[in-house]
Design a protein around this ligand. Structure first.
Ligand code: PGA
Ligand code: ZN
Length: 417
């Protein structure tokens, strides 16, 4: 497929932070468009985001990246024939660095994904089918949603130390029924919080973020909301945590600082605390329970809890095939959080997912805290048969965009898991 034009612009993400939206035009006139998300609690090993620096937008503008696409990259790519793999390869070559620091992973991803949209349209296919073809998957499935209904950490002004408290429908019911559970539990939680005199303002991923007295209080509230919505804890709905532990790990003292609980924990104590929580609550998944370079700790955590629980690497793995290989070798976790902008091309994202799948791990396709109305990840989850998606509370337009797209896809794709 020949690229005939590229057009990038600076738009805003859900945090009011600039991001890149790019349109790729293919020969014949078909246009694909994609906008890149951005992280707040980003991992240290993620590929580099190209930002302007300086004063405007607090240094977060992307006008340089937009300029690079509209001039240099247009010159390089225009009138050349590509498929997804050769385009992503070319973009990586043009950058020349493992961490994409020259052009920026945001610059590169916007082209990679816009091309995917255009390519799928050229073949009159839904995007998930295009992803399925690249991933060699023909079994399209609606993912199990992980509803992040309480936000803490840097997403919720440190309402709690733990960043995300998720309600996860567990039964093999339809997409619509799973979505209904998320919505009902979310609304029950609102009622509960109001009744207790808490504020009902939400965090960056749409979950409530009242200043609570402890981390455990959030778990109690989520459990109560599930029960009062009429669901059975642990059989209908389980809990998921994204501890985002790198965010409160002190590198000097090597301690995990739980400010809400007034505790400072070593790696071993942190693991003991997580084990205690899993004894007390129906937790089925723990993401980033330890800091991103605490490899020995991750091994121990997976050894202790990995048989029964999903142990998800986000900041640990940063969707990076090299780090995933290391984690497979060391049995450091058993699931990959998939964030395309952590690695910067669609091809590398799919390679990361394949590695994980072949190791017998689970894949959880994920949004970022800074999102747009872009719905690519909904298709990625379906097309690869990933099985799970994490895209916030059923609240805030940029989160709802993904849920609504999955509802549309569900009309065409039957199997649910
Ligand atoms: P981020 O958060 O997009 O701010 O990194 C999402 C997550 O940690 O899973
Ligand atoms: Zn995370």
């Amino acid at each position: 497929m020949k690229i005939t034009n590229l057009r990038a612009r600076q738009i805003l993400d859900s945090r009011g932070v600039p991001t890149i939206e790019t349109e790729v035009t293919l020969e014949g006139g078909v246009i694909g468009r994609s906008a890149v998300p951005g992280g707040t609690s980003s991992g240290e090993h993620e590929a580099v985001e190209l930002r302007d620096g300086g004063v405007a937008y607090g240094g977060k503008g992307v006008s340089k990246a937009v300029e690079i696409i509209n001039t240099t990259l247009l010159d390089e790519l225009k009138n050349h024939d590509f498929d997804q793999i050769s385009l992503d390869k070319k973009l990586n070559q043009l950058d020349g660095n493992d961490n994409k620091s020259q052009l920026g992973a945001n610059t590169i991803l916007s082209i990679s994904l816009a091309f995917a949209w255009a390519a799928s349209r050229t073949g009159f296919k839904p995007l998930y089918e295009y992803f399925g073809q690249l991933y060699e998957n023909e079994r399209f499935t609606l993912p199990r949603p992980m509803f992040n209904i309480m936000n803490g950490g840097s997403h919720g002004n440190w309402a709690t130390d733990i960043q995300e408290f998720m309600a996860i429908p567990l039964k093999p019911i339809s997409w619509a029924e799973k979505l209904k559970i998320g919505v009902e539990v979310f609304h029950q939680l609102e009622t509960l919080l109001k009744g207790k005199g808490y504020n009902i303002n939400v965090g960056k991923e749409g979950g409530f973020a009242p200043q609570l007295g402890s981390n455990q209080e959030a778990l109690d509230l989520v459990c109560q909301a599930i029960t009062s919505a009429g669901y059975q804890l642990g059989s209908d709905v389980g809990l998921g945590l994204d501890v985002a532990a790198s965010e409160f790990f002190d590198k000097e003292t090597k301690q995990y600082e739980l400010k809400k609980d007034g505790r400072s924990l070593s790696t071993a104590e942190m693991i003991a605390w997580l084990m205690e929580l899993t004894d007390r609550y129906p937790i089925v998944s723990i993401e980033d329970g330890l800091a991103e370079d605490d490899w020995a700790g991750w091994q121990l955590l997976t050894n202790r809890l990995g048989t029964n629980l999903q142990i998800v690497g986000d900041d640990l793995l940063t969707t990076n095939p090299d780090r995933i290989k290391q984690a497979i070798d060391q049995q450091a976790c058993n699931a990959l959080l998939v964030k395309p902008n952590q690695i910067g091309t669609l091809s590398e994202t799919l390679s990361a997912m394949k590695l994980s799948q072949q190791a017998g791990w689970q894949n959880v396709v994920s949004h970022r805290s800074g999102e747009t109305e872009d719905v690519t990840i909904a298709h990625l989850a379906v097309g690869t048969g990933a099985g799970q998606i994490k895209t916030g509370a059923p609240n805030r337009g940029e989160r709802i965009a993904k849920y609504n797209e999955l509802t549309r896809i569900a009309e065409r794709v039957e199997p649910t898991i």
